[in-house]
Design a protein around this ligand. Structure first.
Ligand code: ATP
Ligand code: MG
Length: 569
């Protein structure tokens, strides 16, 4: 492609709405443009990248045995009412009406549509398993669209759905997707981890999120410094080590603590470490109230609490509920004197080891000292209820846990029969018995993947594309197109490189050298060939964008050099 005719509107200034590097660079380098909040156009270079990622995804999905289809973005409300998600999905669902006042949604995902297709088209075990996928535009009215195409309201997703006759079949379909995702993100040049995530009611190894490691990521990943263990913060298991205190339990004391509200204030006021204090938090889990106790220096993990009770909905109790249920003011709640109250008391394992702890006294401006579980209050159930911390032991090998931030780029999930039961997507098994199909769903944010790769691969001058998804492989630059030797050599190299099968962006513009080099760094193609002062001798400069390494080569060495160098980028 000749750059003189390429539509490439670059920006000199950093756009003020862009907070992160990938967003700034994709705007500045003319890859994307915002139409309205969270809705973007892809310009020629951006679209080439998108197509390359799409192609990699398509190849690996096909290789895994999945079959590509295309489902509509417009979906009737009735389908969403069948699964209950018309209400449950909430305001993120883009709803619209046609001229007859019929309700529709713009699909944020396609479980309903694909399940209706399977229910119509599959009736026997003989037609299973099957995995259907598509690469298509999705709509979600995100509360806070941000970071450019990382969290947008219209975006491109690859979504796949597997249908099996047995749990073991689902495990195989899931593993095939897990392996395909690993190949896809590796091929895209991404630094990623597949992390164990919370699967809610399904439990077990029911879901993994593929995370691009990046400081701007919204999720915290706990990973092992030694083995391959990685999990979401909400999922990462804390191994209970059991280190009971040797101290003798003392007599409980009521202490006046005026104005003391937080654990930190309490620890300072009483001059005790935060780990000697207990936080008591009241939650509503479905219809029941639960008081969760956790060591003052630990963080409660509400997903773990929810799973302990197999609950569907968890919420923090309101001030009024705390008063009504415990008879205690917020901020001074404690586990003592709750006999006869309609509340279940549970605690994190670490609380079991505490002796002479500090807790709320259940009345304004008072706390209790020398409180010991077992002696002063009882706990119905102990469990793992806290977030893992850096330095805690890995649940797999015992080495130290560390934290990293991640951008979720893909998600594999065992759905089971959640949709097939509600929508009556059944098949007849070998005994002629009717059974619901066992499903899995698997998503990749294609547009988010592009931005995540930029987030991981850039410097202060611009983007650094991995070759596999770069818009072009080579940036050929004629430094001065008015110089006849330079122009002639550049033109002939352009033809040679195209004939050799390379994707070349040829900067043939009558611009100053400085402008051309700046633009080349910004756009970030993996390899640059500059035809300049030594053109008459048939010598050009080749520079690797990633490392900055450059060398002068005569044109007859060029093709060998390209073959060797590009294969490493
Ligand atoms: P998130 O927690 O980031 O909102 P999600 O759990 O809602 O993601 P899924 O429903 O699992 O996402 O969708 C599959 C994939 O689609 C995600 O892994 C992500 O890569 C991508 N994705 C989801 N929401 C968006 C969005 N608003 N903009 C761009 N990509 C998105
Ligand atoms: Mg979401």
């Amino acid at each position: 492609m000749r750059q003189s005719s390429l539509f490439l509107p670059t920006l000199r200034e950093v756009p003020s709405e862009a907070e992160i590097a990938s967003h700034q660079l994709m705007l500045r380098a003319g890859f994307i443009r915002q139409l309205v909040s969270g809705v973007y156009s892809y310009l020629p270079l951006g679209y080439r990248v998108l197509r390359k990622v799409t192609q990699i995804v398509r190849e690996e999905m096909d290789r895994s045995g999945a079959q590509e289809i295309s489902m509509p973005a417009i979906q009737p409300a009735e389908l969403w009412q069948e699964t209950g998600r018309w209400e449950a999905y909430g305001p993120e669902l883009m709803r619209l009406k046609d001229r007859h006042d019929r309700s529709f949604v713009l699909g944020p995902t396609h479980e309903e549509v694909v399940t209706s297709i399977a229910r119509d088209g599959i009736n026997s075990y003989k037609k299973l398993p099957v995995n259907l996928y598509q690469i298509q535009t999705k709509y979600r009215d995100e509360v806070r669209p941000r970071f450019g195409v990382i969290r947008s309201r219209e975006f491109i997703m690859k979504d796949a759905y597997s249908f099996d006759t047995t749990r073991e079949g689902l495990d195989r379909s899931y593993q095939a997707m897990y392996d395909a995702y690993t190949r896809i993100f590796t091929r895209c040049g991404m630094d990623f981890r597949a992390v164990d995530a919370d699967a809610g009611a399904i439990g077990g190894k029911g879901t993994h999120e593929f995370m691009a490691l990046s400081d701007i990521g919204e999720d915290t990943i706990a990973y092992c410094s030694s083995c391959n263990y990685a999990a979401n913060l909400e999922k990462a298991e804390v191994v209970y080590q059991g280190q009971p205190s040797e101290e003798a339990a003392a007599e409980t004391e009521r202490i006046h603590t005026p104005g003391v509200k937080t654990i930190q204030q309490l620890a300072e006021f009483l001059a005790v470490p935060a780990e000697n204090t207990v936080k008591s938090l009241l939650f509503k889990l479905d219809q029941q109230y639960v008081l969760a106790l956790i060591r003052g220096d630990h963080e409660l993990n509400d997903v773990k609490l929810k799973n302990m009770f197999d609950a569907n909905v968890i919420s923090m109790a309101s001030e009024q509920e705390v008063k009504d249920i415990l008879g205690s003011p917020v901020g001074f709640v404690g586990p003592i004197g709750l006999e006869g109250k309609k509340v279940t008391v549970v605690a994190d394992h670490a609380v079991k080891d505490m002796v002479n702890a500090v807790t709320g006294a259940g009345e304004v401006d008072y706390h209790l000292k020398n409180v010991t579980p077992g002696k002063d209050f009882s706990v119905q159930q102990y469990g793992d209820l806290r977030n893992i911390k850096e330095g805690d032991p890995c649940p797999q090998c015992g080495e130290e846990i560390r934290f990293a931030r991640g951008i979720e780029v893909g998600h594999v999930f065992k759905l089971g029969t959640r949709y097939s039961e509600k929508m009556k997507a059944t098949f007849l098994d070998e005994q002629g018995k009717e059974k619901p199909m066992i499903m899995g769903c698997y998503g990749i944010g294609i547009s988010r993947t592009v931005a995540a790769v930029v987030e991981q691969n850039h410097d202060e001058n611009g983007i650094i594309w991995p070759r596999s998804i770069a818009p072009f492989e080579i940036h050929l630059i004629a430094v001065n197109v008015k110089n006849e030797d330079q122009l002639k050599l550049a033109e002939s190299l352009y033809e040679t490189l195209l004939a050799a099968g390379y994707e070349v962006l040829y900067d043939d513009r009558p611009e100053r050298a400085g402008v051309k080099f700046k633009d080349a760094d910004l756009v970030g193609l993996p390899l640059r060939i500059t035809v300049g002062a030594k053109a008459a001798e048939g010598v050009v400069e080749c520079k690797v964008r990633k490392t900055g390494e450059s060398e002068e080569l005569s044109t007859d060495q060029l093709l060998d050099y390209l073959k060797a160098t590009l294969s490493k980028l």
